[in-house]
Design a protein around this ligand. Structure first.
Ligand code: AMP
Length: 148
């Protein structure tokens, strides 16, 4: 699958190229991970593909799998390093989802008691089975339009 061309100046491409500083925790052939410059909690890190992809739709699925594998490994490492009791993985895809840097990245957010991090959400009204099935059908139909 093609990846989107990098925009004029993508901050994460600059980090990958070594033109901007970063505190790396992992450097692989296809994926790197470094500490977030404005961490939500201590040890908050970002896992990114080296190759630019602005959003999930333009990210090679194999590379997406690699990003997750590295994030899984680092989440375990962060817990073993002893300064957190859990982790959240988070990915913002699109402006409405809160994406600010348009180079796909998976956040690994270490969690400790009363760290102040949380997702704020108001649950929708309880849908009935027909509504759930209707929504599932729409998603299945759209999935069928994607390449295998
Ligand atoms: P998102 O809202 O999911 O797009 O998150 C983008 C994240 O990138 C934010 O948590 C920023 O603090 C982080 N970030 C932006 N620039 C840098 C940088 N130069 N080095 C490390 N993290 C950065």
């Amino acid at each position: 699958m093609a990846t989107a061309a990098a925009p004029e100046r993508c901050v994460f491409c600059e980090i990958v190229a070594g033109r901007l500083p970063a505190s790396f925790v992992y450097t692989g052939d296809d994926v790197v991970a470094f500490l977030d410059i404005r961490p939500l909690t201590r040890g908050h890190l970002l896992v990114i593909p080296r190759v630019h992809a602005d959003r999930l739709e333009t990210l090679d699925p194999q590379l997406g799998a690699r990003v997750f594998i590295v994030a899984q490994r680092l989440a375990v490492a962060v817990r073993r390093s002893g300064f957190c009791a859990g982790t959240n993985l988070f990915l913002a895809d699109g402006v409405l989802a809160g994406q600010e840097v348009f180079h796909v990245h998976l956040h690994v957010i270490p969690r400790t008691q009363r760290d102040g991090f949380g997702l704020r959400a108001k649950r929708w009204d309880q849908p009935d089975r027909d509504e759930l099935d209707g929504t599932a059908g729409l998603i299945r139909a759209a999935t069928g339009t994607l390449p295998q």
